[in-house]
Write a protein that binds this ligand. Structure first.
Ligand SMILES: NC(=O)c1ccc[n+]([C@@H]2O[C@H](COP(=O)([O-])OP(=O)(O)OC[C@H]3O[C@@H](n4cnc5c(N)ncnc54)[C@H](O)[C@@H]3O)[C@@H](O)[C@H]2O)c1
Length: 251
């Protein structure tokens, strides 16, 4: 399946990595369903894409709520009737504290949004991709899915889990011409990092200095990798967890 004329769902598409990916696929001629809890920003971005004659639509979904995910797919099925690609991207950093000082409600929330969402979305995506004759699913993990980070116990658990469910599911659907991969971004300059940097501009240079390439990645660089993973050129690639981290995990 080529990108042109395909249907792709992107969750968490109102900002950051999801938005850059939605734009990339729209420019490639895909019909893009942009889903998010940020309706105002999502609808504004959709309108901007439509003004450039791209095929984009907004669909509200809180991926932390399985009922909301069911409604998203019911809507997608009735409006477009097919799905070729899915980028399960929506996620939160949550409360970055050691687990003994965390609140159990933080754990329940981050598990729901970052990990259970992948399970609930893929349950719907796989039958739709199968019906389309194949396709690709990209799940958003992180370098925190490959290594531990201090104070990141809850976030790391979700992102390690994303890789596990990706690998196992890739094996289950390989004969259906459905490829399932995870991406593992390093520090990417989006709202997520900007929230962490907050009012401390020195922290930005500390983060940059910690990167082997000496800078953070951009959302567009992640979008390029997702785009490639959906292309026929990546036909042999399934079940991987691809670091996109400027060398971070090479150490
Ligand atoms: N930025 C980084 O450094 C980095 C690194 C590794 C992995 N990631 C992962 O990349 C993904 C995207 O992150 P980003 O940096 O673009 O973040 P971001 O905060 O800039 O954007 C996240 C988007 O997800 C949406 N969202 C949040 N909760 C949601 C929910 N419950 N339902 C639906 N949408 C929801 C937000 O409204 C926002 O539009 C996340 O899964 C994140 O964990 C980011």
């Amino acid at each position: 399946m080529s990108i042109k004329g395909s249907v792709i769902l992107v969750t968490g598409a109102a900002n950051g990595i999801g938005l850059a990916t939605a734009k990339r696929f729209a420019a490639g001629g895909a019909r893009v369903v942009m889903s998010d809890i940020d309706r105002e920003r999502g609808e504004a971005e959709v309108q901007e894409l439509r003004e450039q004659s791209y095929d984009a639509r907004f669909a509200y979904c809180d991926v932390g709520d399985p009922d909301s995910i069911d409604q998203l797919f019911a809507h997608l099925d009735s409006e477009l009737g097919r799905l070729d690609f899915a980028f399960n991207n929506a996620g939160i950093e949550g409360n970055l504290v050691p687990i003994d000082t965390s609140d159990p409600s933080d754990w329940d929330r981050i598990i729901a949004i970052n990990l259970s969402s992948i399970y609930h979305c893929m349950r719907h995506e796989i039958p739709m991709l199968r019906q389309a004759g194949g396709g690709a699913i990209i799940n958003c993990s992180s370098i925190a899915g490959l290594v531990g980070t201090q104070g990141g116990g809850m976030y790391c658990a979700t992102k390690h889990g994303v890789i596990g469910i990706t690998r196992a599911t890739a094996l289950d659907v390989a004969r259906d011409k459905i490829r399932v991969n995870a991406i593992c971004p390093g520090a990417i300059d989006t709202l997520m990092v900007q929230r962490a940097v907050g009012a401390n501009p020195d922290l930005r240079s500390v983060i940059e200095e910690m990167q082997p390439i000496g800078r953070m990645g951009t959302a567009e660089e992640i979008a390029s990798a997702v785009y490639w993973l959906c292309q026929p050129d990546a036909a042999l690639v399934t079940g991987i967890a691809l670091p996109l981290d400027g060398g971070w995990t090479a150490r």
